[in-house]
Write a protein that binds this ligand. Structure first.
Ligand code: GLU
Length: 288
């Protein structure tokens, strides 16, 4: 009898747990974005009525705080807004850094990452990626009068980059004799350059264009050398959620076909901006 009551109690306890959808104490449930186990993020986002997007907050012009409005704006932010509009939900922006963005996604704190993030095979072991939505490569930012022409000139020199980025690794692949100092963010690497603590800052050319263009005296700085890496930007999503990934891929293609991607490019990187980046001829992969 005692045994029966005990079994019944256990069954009731387990059923209770399942009914509440609660994971054991100490487990990260991340209900805020992940929804119930097995539920696609697309369903969870629709149910919440909110898309939580992980974006940068100090990378001009992809994700940064607009001085006048105090709002997070940029190319990646507008991309997220387009996705949220397609879903008919509100957009909530969650700032992420190069080093915490993947854990922010895997821990369920964001529904996706649109954060100047290169699709690397190494990263694909932890998360999944959309198709490429932007193509760039790595270069150097130096004082215009430095005489530095490329990574060949950086042997034995200090170079600033960012923790958790591809940039801090790529530079050592082409110039193993450089000393890389990695900062939390790109503005800090640029500050170190201004203070003479490093002789160059290095990352994707579009980020360097943003740093140079937002400086009070852009002519003091030069972006130099050949591209020495390939940086295809893609949207990060959690592993094995093909419904969500499909939706994001189809939405990116729709945006591109409608000319909205080009509008976004011109808004943030066109000739009328401080961050002009002449188009390279790259085209998004559009499935028939
Ligand atoms: N695109 C590179 C990366 O994903 C550099 C920019 C960044 O740190 O976000 O690492």
């Amino acid at each position: 009898m005692k045994k029966t009551i005990f079994v019944l109690l256990i069954v009731a306890f387990v059923c209770g747990l399942v009914a509440c959808g609660k994971a054991p104490e100490g487990t990260k449930t991340s209900e805020a974005t992940m929804g119930a186990p097995g539920m696609s993020t697309i369903e969870a986002v629709k149910e919440k009525g909110v898309l939580v997007a992980g974006v940068k907050d100090s990378v001009v012009p992809f994700g940064y705080v607009d001085e006048k409005s105090g709002e997070l704006v940029g190319f990646d932010v507008d991309l997220c807004r387009y996705i949220a509009d397609e879903l008919g939900v509100k957009l909530e922006l969650q700032p992420v850094t190069s080093s915490n963005r993947i854990p922010m996604l895997t821990e369920g704190k964001v529904d996706l990452l649109a954060a100047t993030m290169t699709h690397k095979i190494e990263r694909d072991e932890v998360i999944d990626f959309s198709i490429t939505y932007f193509m760039d490569g790595q270069r150097l930012l130096v004082p215009a009068d430095s005489g530095i022409k490329g990574y060949e000139d950086l042997a034995g020199k200090k170079v600033g980059s960012v923790k958790g980025s591809t940039s801090e690794k790529n530079i050592l692949m082409v110039q193993p004799a450089a000393e890389v100092i990695s900062f939390e963010g790109y503005p800090e690497a640029f500050l170190a350059l201004k203070q003479g603590k490093v002789v160059a800052a290095t990352t994707d050319s579009v980020i360097l264009v943003g740093l140079k263009g937002s400086d009070p005296d852009p002519a003091k700085w030069a972006i130099v050398g050949d591209f020495f890496s390939s940086e295809p930007y893609a949207i990060g999503v959690r592993e094995n959620d093909s419904e969500w990934r499909d939706f994001i891929n189809f939405t990116l293609m729709k945006m591109y076909k409608e000319g909205k991607w080009e509008e976004n490019y011109n808004k943030w990187l066109g000739p009328d901006t401080k961050y002009y980046l002449p188009p390279t001829g790259w085209k998004m992969e559009i499935w028939p």
